[in-house]
Design a protein around this ligand. Structure first.
Ligand code: XLS
Ligand code: CA
Ligand code: CA
Length: 410
């Protein structure tokens, strides 16, 4: 990967972050993430496929429902929205290449501002995509997935694909078309649908059956459009039970799998499991990963965590070794993430205002997953775990138990 620094350096004083090993006291180095180290036949880089999330890292200045942002992003001081977008892109490529992460992810509106018409929004996006493509070619950084923001604009207050007003559905369709075009142009490995406002506030005014049918039709049309235009990657649905809607249709992995199968979408769509959304749904992260893996539909991961004392979507960076180990055991057992990766859909806290904090946060998350990967590999290869599990179900390996599982008993 080639280093990128634009006309203005946004993270001065920080160079390439490299592996220094567990004894290092340098906070700007990896203690466990050694990209070329081989674990079970693949390099750490290939297993982990880390991605930086554009929205949290370069767009979210720390605002919350009680106050505005706290961080001064130097790329936000330019005069026009498009100039700010260009500088933000430079900052993003500088950060990603200094960190040495192979992928990034974005929403259409993260990389390009909305215009006053559909056409202008699309042109803004195309301009920024052309620039991003240049940067990708120059650095070797790749797009893990693209998506459309179908939840911030007030027009989507009652949903996008599930909106009761067809005119809003068509607006969402135009936006998704442009975002799929952008993803194809940038060689994205995946395309994500997260339905933050695809849900309801009150059942009394909601025709849930119709809304779900509309959602399925919308997804099928998006898939057909992408396939017709050369998208060979995977479409991902990202489950989340609530927030911002009171109830979201993509509630959890099991719900989404049932929906995909009911509508014949499970050949093109897989799941993007986010740790914090799992806990919001009352499950553990590993439960959601296992449900998706068992269905053959584990596609990608949004690597973060919640706070056990809060019921919210706090999007913290992952640091819990038990969670990263269990997650990597499931990923290893399922054969790895093909078009997916580990996307840090995570943000530093609002009172973390130094530019360096973004590095520390990612380094911590990457090391936690690298260490988790190593432990998971050893648990699978060297511990008696597999054998113990086989023995637990031994009664199904012989006699009537075996005949029962083969469907031979009445
Ligand atoms: C929000 C979601 C969102 C998706 C992409 O809770 O995590 O950021 O990952 O739209
Ligand atoms: Ca997410
Ligand atoms: Ca989240």
């Amino acid at each position: 990967m080639t280093h990128f620094v634009g006309p203005k350096e946004f993270f001065p004083g920080i160079g390439a972050i490299t592996f220094e090993g567990r004894e290092s006291k340098n906070p700007l180095s990896y203690k466990f993430y050694d990209p070329d180290k081989r674990v079970l036949g693949r390099t750490m880089r290939e297993h982990l496929r880390f991605a930086v999330a554009y929205w949290h890292s370069f767009c979210g200045a720390g605002s919350d429902p009680f106050g505005p942002g706290t961080r001064d992003f130097p790329w936000d001081s330019a005069a026009t929205p498009m100039e700010r977008a260009r500088q933000r892109l430079d900052a993003a490529f500088e950060f990603v290449t200094k960190l040495g992460v192979p992928f990034y992810c974005f929403h259409d509106r993260d990389i390009a501002p909305a215009g006053s018409t559909v056409g202008e929004s699309e042109r803004n996006l195309q301009t920024m995509v052309a620039l991003a493509k240049e940067r990708q070619l120059a650095t070797g950084v790749r797009l893990l997935w693209g998506t459309a923001n179908l939840f911030s604009d007030p027009r989507y207050m009652n949903g996008a694909a599930t909106n009761p007003d067809f005119r809003v559905v068509t607006h969402a369709a135009a936006q998704v078309k442009a975002a799929i075009d952008a993803t194809i142009e940038l060689g994205g490995q995946g395309y994500v649908f997260w339905g933050g406002r695809e849900g309801y506030t009150c059942l009394l005014n909601t025709d849930m059956k119709r809304e779900l049918e509309n959602l399925a039709r919308f997804l099928a049309l998006a898939r057909d459009y992408g396939r017709k235009n050369g998208f060979a990657g995977t479409f991902f649905i990202e489950p989340k039970p609530m927030e911002p809607s009171k109830h979201q249709y993509d509630f959890d992995a099991a719900t989404v799998i049932g929906f995909l199968r009911a509508h014949g979408l499970d050949r093109d769509f897989k799941l993007n499991i986010e740790a914090n959304h799992s806990t919001l749904a009352g499950h553990s992260f590993s439960h959601e990963l296992q449900v998706a893996a068992d269905a053959g539909l584990l596609g990608s991961i949004d690597a973060n965590r919640g706070d056990p004392q809060n019921g919210w979507d706090t999007d913290q960076f992952p640091t819990d070794l038990y969670q990263t180990t269990e997650a990597m055991m499931i990923v290893l057992k399922t054969g790895g993430l093909v078009h997916g990766g580990l996307n840090f859909d995570a943000k530093v806290r609002r009172n973390s205002t130094d530019a360096d904090d973004l590095f520390f946060a990612h380094i911590g998350g990457m090391d936690a997953f690298a260490r988790g990967l190593e432990i998971a590999a050893r648990l699978l290869e060297e511990s008696p775990l597999k054998d113990l599990e086989q023995r637990r179900y031994a009664s199904f390996s012989e006699g009537d138990g075996l005949r029962f599982s083969q469907g031979q008993l009445t």
